[in-house]
Ligand binder design. Sequence first.
Ligand SMILES: *[C@@H]1O[C@H](CO)[C@@H](O)[C@H](O)[C@H]1NC(C)=O
Ligand SMILES: *[C@@H]1O[C@H](CO)[C@@H](O)[C@H](O)[C@H]1NC(C)=O
Ligand SMILES: *[C@@H]1O[C@H](CO)[C@@H](O)[C@H](O)[C@H]1NC(C)=O
Length: 258
Amino acid sequence: MACQKGKGIQRKWMFAWIYPPLLVIFILPEVWDCNAFHPWHSIILSHHWPETVCLMVKETCKIPPNVDYWTVHGLWPKKNQMCNNSWPFKEENVEDILSELEQWWPDVLHPNSTQLWKHEWQKHGTCAATLESLDTQEKYFSKALELYQRIDLTSVLKKFHILPSSNYYTLDNIENAILKTYGVTPKIQCLPPTGGSSVQILGQIELCFTKEFQLLNCTETAPSMLAFKNGRHHTAYLGFFECEPGQQIYYPPIQHVH
Ligand SMILES: *[C@@H]1O[C@H](CO)[C@@H](O)[C@H](O)[C@H]1NC(C)=O
Ligand SMILES: *[C@@H]1O[C@H](CO)[C@@H](O)[C@H](O)[C@H]1NC(C)=O
Ligand SMILES: *[C@@H]1O[C@H](CO)[C@@H](O)[C@H](O)[C@H]1NC(C)=O
């Protein structure tokens, strides 16, 4: 059942209008009921680095020729997933922003990006939709793109001389670039070193926002989004870990052929 706040209050309000002293009693329970449907308080804009996404999968991966920037992974309400099975994603609902989605939110793992958008909508969008500002597929995907345009990670890192290259960086380098630019600490995720290497690979950067879309420090991690494996945190999707502060970070140049 959707949150019937507006309707409910209207009904109670009429009642209160007839019996003014009952106003508080009848409006309060309604508001509490409503809050039960959106218990999340912050939302994460997740960017991923297409080259690293490709490095972590064995299947074919295709980075479109023009893509040499951080792309959107998703817009995720904290501590909340899979909220409404009966609200399927339909591409026609995002028709007006399809070319932007294809440009900034591509799915490098599948020839048709609709799969990623569908997944993101089912898992996260249906939970975000408890907010009026995100309660349609068009609003949800547009808001993600709007926040993504506000946070220009590719340029920020470049400005701080952090470039996809054979140079290595530290977690501090990357965190500081973002903190100095936006005044908040992001959550930065890497692929751990493999095969005797001691270098981790930069994969995902998350920025946190309030429900009013003001930037927030990403200090606490949402337990529901993490699995526990080998004693370390990693996100369930694709297996990124929080980057280790003591290890060098490789920011791999984009290869368009995999
Ligand atoms: C789930 O989505 C459908 C379709 O938009 C809607 O009618 C229904 O009220 C929603 N359910 C909940 C629990 O929000
Ligand atoms: C992706 O595939 C779906 C069918 O699975 C199709 O309706 C849609 O037009 C395709 N979208 C793009 C962008 O190619
Ligand atoms: C985030 O944390 C930094 C210190 O780590 C602080 O200077 C900054 O004001 C905080 N930003 C917000 C939006 O709370």
